[in-house]
Write a protein that binds this ligand. Structure first.
Ligand code: FAD
Length: 456
């Protein structure tokens, strides 16, 4: 009798777990994957994909307004229910594709809540399996503020399934999910107020990017209440009353808490298995995705490092290379590009000006301009593009953009930053005209040169 049922048992069929399992199976490993909700995980079913479909779906409002400046007569009204139904059909299709990809890769898919039940042992649905390696890829879930009435708020999972568009929405939180949903609801026609604890949205992003995006969102009618904490939520019939810590009350039809996410580490038997967690409850791993328990690995959001789909996938593939292809591979978390699908969108790769300036002298290049499209549409929108360059080596260490197609443009430029290209390499590159992206190779003079700054 074989000692193990599987070479690899993955708990969680989200982005990371599916990628690791398929790659391991391709290397000849026998693999099982357990999933307690639906194969696909957060990205496909409750995150990136449905969100982006709602971004596309609601952005038509702007397109129709802009078309008028080009001679079109267009009027449109969004049928929110039809948008949600279309989105759900697409998620069902994707779920089917994920399931098929796993079975075609010879990965055994087991439905149910899996737990670690002993050395090399996983229990699911009352059955135990033994595996040479266990991979925990259980992701995370939305976290609510611990305040009275918190249950009266929805979270991102619910926001993606709302049967009707609320007329007045309050979004609590200033991170990327909060900003994206504020944009979706506003573009769909709701009155939107975003309540943030800090003085500005998107903590951790470049300061000019944060200010510029907030300005553009305000032009679209989103109201920010900055530097406020939510004290409680009360029900007022079907409406909701938000009471802030300064006593201000706000009546809305829907409150969405976008106040962070928490790793799914409870009820997995991790403590008994000797897997250490950090103070936020995330699994601690080394550069090889190894936990503190031999034979147990972890990847993706459950490790709370860079919580993005492509990162979870890359971690999963690196692990499969290491374990099953005799190719020890560490995941490199440097210069991971990221996008925020607000309206207008944001994207960046590398360091913010503030961060880079703490490491050495820098040159900052920046341009703010009205995109050509809006000369005729009449829309009062400005695009921001910014490059942060190391003062001595002239290496480009950060690129930032707020404006149409920013994530599409920065994806390409991320290669340049990863490759360590210099400002002179950008200068030598011929522009594609007329585009917005050409500005990235046309910025000639820095707007400022900064000596190294002390860390605050
Ligand atoms: C609203 C929203 C928008 C986002 N937008 C983006 C974006 O635009 N771009 C981007 O890169 N990232 C985005 N993300 C983040 C991205 O979705 C995650 O980083 C990614 O899904 C993490 O993958 P994962 O494999 O670690 O976990 P998940 O995808 O969360 O998968 C974990 C899976 O494990 C299952 N599970 C948990 N416990 C058990 C158990 N005990 N037994 C069996 N199964 C279990 C869960 O049901 C889940 O399916 C977004 C997230 C959210 C919430």
């Amino acid at each position: 009798m074989a000692k193990f049922d599987f070479d690899l048992f993955t708990i969680g069929a989200g982005s990371g777990g599916v990628a690791a399992s398929r790659r391991a199976a391709a290397f000849g490993a026998s693999v099982a994957i357990a999933e307690c909700v639906r194969v696909g995980g957060t990205c496909v079913l409750r995150g990136c994909v449905p969100k982006k479909l709602l971004v596309y779906g609601t952005h038509f409002a702007e397109e129709m307004q802009d078309a008028r400046g080009y001679g079109w007569t267009v009027e449109g009204r969004l049928d929110w229910g039809a948008l949600i139904a279309a989105k759900d059909r697409e998620l069902d299709r994707l779920h089917g594709i994920y399931l098929r990809m796993l079975t075609e890769a010879n990965v055994t898919v087991l439905g149910g809540h899996a737990t670690i039940a002993g050395d090399n042992t996983i229990e699911i649905g009352g059955r135990c399996y033994r595996a040479r390696h266990i991979l925990v890829a259980t992701g995370g879930r939305p976290q609510r503020l611990e305040i009275p009435g918190a249950d009266l708020a929805i979270v991102s999972d619910d926001a993606l399934m709302l049967p009707a568009l609320p007329r007045r929405v309050a979004i609590v939180g200033g991170g990327y999910i909060a900003v994206e949903f504020a944009s979706i609801f506003r573009a769909a026609g709701a009155e939107v107020t975003q309540v943030i604890r800090a003085d500005q949205i998107l903590r951790g992003f470049d300061r000019e990017v944060r200010d510029h995006l907030a300005g553009e969102m305000e032009k679209r009618g989103i109201r920010f209440l900055r530097g406020r904490n939510l004290a409680r939520i009360e029900a007022a019939g079907p409406a909701r009353r938000l009471v802030l810590d300064d006593g201000i009350a706000l009546d809305v039809d829907c409150v969405m808490m976008a106040t962070g996410r928490r790793p799914n580490t409870e009820g997995l038997g991790l403590e008994a298995a000797g897997v250490s967690l950090d103070k936020r409850g995330a699994i601690t791993v080394d550069a090889w995705q190894r936990t503190t328990a031999p034979g147990i690995h972890a990847i993706g959001d459950v490790t709370d490092r860079i919580n993005l789909t492509p990162v979870a996938i890359a971690e999963g593939r690196a692990l499969a290379e290491t374990l099953f292809n005799a190719n020890p591979t560490r995941m490199d978390h440097a210069d991971v590009p990221t996008g925020v699908f607000s309206q207008p969108p944001v994207a960046m790769v590398g360091m913010s000006e503030e961060r880079a300036a703490t490491l050495g002298a820098i040159d900052v290049y920046r341009t703010v301009f009205r995109p050509m499209k809006h000369t005729l549409s009449g829309r009062d929108e400005r695009t921001l593009m910014k490059m942060v360059v190391d003062g001595s080596s002239q290496r480009v260490v950060g690129i930032h953009m707020v404006g149409a197609d920013a994530p599409e443009i920065i994806q390409g430029l991320a290669i340049a930053v990863r490759a360590g290209l210099t400002k002179q390499d950008f200068d030598r590159t011929v522009a594609i005209h007329p585009t917005a992206a050409e500005e990235f190779v046309l910025m000639r003079e820095p707007v400022r040169r900064l000596a190294r700054q002390a860390i605050n």
